[in-house]
Design a protein around this ligand. Structure first.
Ligand SMILES: *[C@@H]1O[C@H](CO)[C@@H](O)[C@H](O)[C@H]1NC(C)=O
Ligand SMILES: *[C@@H]1O[C@H](CO)[C@@H](O)[C@H](O)[C@H]1NC(C)=O
Ligand SMILES: *[C@@H]1O[C@H](CO)[C@@H](O)[C@H](O)[C@H]1NC(C)=O
Ligand SMILES: *[C@@H]1O[C@H](CO)[C@@H](O)[C@H](O)[C@H]1NC(C)=O
Ligand SMILES: *[C@@H]1O[C@H](CO)[C@@H](O)[C@H](O)[C@H]1NC(C)=O
Length: 322
C-alpha cells in the first residue's frame, strides 16, 4: 500500500465518540507493524448532536456534509476508495475521479446477502415489517420471517429505516464488497455471492458485485459488550464483559450473537449458547443453530423472558456434549 493510497473514513461511530479518533490513531502507530498509511483529518462539521433525535439522522447529515471535504482530501494519484457502508455518498466521488470504490462490510456474508436484497424486499412490502409474519426468500439464506429483520427496518418512514435502506441500496453499486468472514464459515452465502446473483432493482436487475473475504478480523480490544458472558469449565460460573475467550478454562460462551463475539468464539473453538437480545440477532441465531450447529438455543418463555433454570439447563448441556 503506498502512502495516501488508503483514505478511510467512517462516521458511524460519531455519535458515541466524537473526536476520539486521536487515541485510535495513536494506538495504531504504536504497533510494531510496518505501516505506510497516512491519516487525513477532515475539517469538523458544525453540527450539534444534541439537536438530533437519532444517531442515524446525525450520521446521515454528517456523511452528506463531509462529501465536499472528502473530495478535497483525495489526491489525483488515488487508485481506489474503500468506504464504510454508511458513507455511501462518497461513491459519487469515486465515480467522478473514475476510480473503483469498494465497500468494507464489517459483518458477515449472510448479512451482506440479506442487505443486498433489503431495498427490494422493502419496496415489495407495503406494511411495516414488524406486522408481517410471512417468510421471505433470499438465495443462500434460510427462509426468514419479515418481522425478524433488523430492528431499524421494522417501522417504515423512520430516519433509521430510510437511512439503512439508502445505505443498502448502494451496496450493489460498489466495485466489490470486502467482507469480514471466511469461506468455510458461511459456505452457502460465500458461494452464492462469489458466483453472483441478480437482485431486483426497481424495473431493472442488478448483478451483485464481486466479494473479497478477509475475515476473521476480530476486535479484541473492545470489551465483549456487557451482554455476553463466558462460562468457566466444570462450575459454570459466568463472567460479564472482559476479553480473553482463548483462555483454557473457558468452556462455553453465552452470547447474544453479535458478529464480533461469534467470530471470536468460533476462532477459539468455544461453543455457544445463543441468547438473543435484539431482533436482528435472530438471523445469526438461525445460522449458528441450523447451519453451522455451533450453538444451543435458549428457550424464551411466552413473555420473552429467559428463566434462570433454562440458562442453567443449556449451559449444562453445552458442558456435557463434545
Ligand atoms: C419484489 O417483487 C418483484 C416483483 O414481484 C420480484 O421480482 C422480486 O423478486 C421481489 N424482491 C424480493 C427481494 O423478493
Ligand atoms: C434517503 O435517500 C433519499 C433519496 O436520495 C433522500 O431524500 C433521503 O433524505 C435519504 N434519507 C436518509 C435518512 O438518509
Ligand atoms: C433501468 O435501466 C435502464 C437502461 O439501462 C436505465 O435507463 C434506467 O434508468 C434504469 N432504471 C432504474 C430505475 O435504475
Ligand atoms: C451476521 O452479522 C449480523 C450483524 O451482526 C448478525 O445479526 C447475524 O446474525 C450474522 N449472521 C450469522 C449467520 O451469524
Ligand atoms: C420452551 O419453554 C416452553 C414454556 O416456557 C415449554 O412449553 C417448551 O416445551 C419449551 N421447549 C423446549 C424445547 O424446551
Amino acid at each position: 500500500m503506498t502512502r495516501a493510497s488508503a483514505t478511510q473514513f467512517s462516521s458511524r461511530r460519531a455519535w458515541k465518540n466524537l473526536g476520539s479518533t486521536a487515541s485510535y490513531i495513536a494506538a495504531f502507530f504504536a504497533t510494531t507493524l510496518p505501516i505506510s498509511i497516512s491519516f487525513h483529518q477532515l475539517p469538523p462539521i458544525p453540527l450539534d448532536p444534541a439537536s438530533y433525535d437519532s444517531p442515524d439522522a446525525l450520521t446521515s447529515d454528517l456523511v452528506n456534509l463531509n462529501n465536499v471535504h472528502v473530495r478535497v482530501a483525495l489526491t489525483s494519484t488515488l487508485r481506489s476508495l474503500i468506504i464504510d457502508l454508511f458513507c455511501y455518498p462518497a461513491l459519487e466521488i469515486a465515480a467522478h475521479l473514475g476510480i473503483p470504490a469498494y465497500n468494507f462490510f464489517t459483518s458477515n456474508a449472510s448479512c451482506l446477502a440479506l442487505y443486498l436484497n433489503l431495498p427490494s424486499i422493502y419496496r415489495n412490502t407495503t406494511e411495516n415489517f414488524k406486522d408481517v409474519d410471512t417468510v421471505f426468500h433470499v438465495p443462500c439464506l434460510p427462509p426468514t420471517l419479515l418481522n425478524h429483520l433488523p430492528d431499524t427496518t421494522l417501522l417504515k418512514n423512520t430516519i433509521e429505516c430510510d437511512f439503512l435502506i439508502n445505505c443498502t441500496a448502494h451496496l450493489a453499486k460498489s466495485a466489490g464488497n470486502i467482507i469480514n468472514t471466511f469461506e468455510t464459515l458461511e459456505p452457502k452465502a460465500v458461494k452464492a455471492l462469489s458466483l453472483g446473483f441478480s437482485i431486483p432493482d426497481g424495473p431493472n436487475q442488478t448483478q451483485t458485485p464481486p466479494i473479497f473475504c478477509v475475515g476473521p478480523l476480530i476486535d479484541t480490544h473492545r470489551s465483549i459488550d456487557g451482554n455476553s458472558f463466558w462460562i468457566r469449565e466444570k462450575r459454570p460460573k459466568v463472567l460479564v464483559g472482559g476479553g480473553g475467550v482463548g483462555h483454557d478454562s473457558v468452556g462455553g460462551f453465552v452470547t447474544h450473537c453479535g458478529w464480533n463475539s461469534v467470530l471470536e468464539s468460533i476462532c477459539t473453538g468455544v461453543p455457544m449458547v445463543a441468547w438473543l437480545l435484539y431482533a436482528e440477532q435472530k438471523l445469526n441465531k438461525i445460522l449458528l443453530l441450523k447451519e453451522l450447529k455451533l450453538a444451543l438455543p435458549v428457550n424464551e418463555s411466552e413473555n420473552g423472558l429467559v428463566r434462570a433454570e433454562e440458562v442453567e439447563k443449556r449451559v449444562r448441556e453445552l458442558m456435557e456434549t463434545e
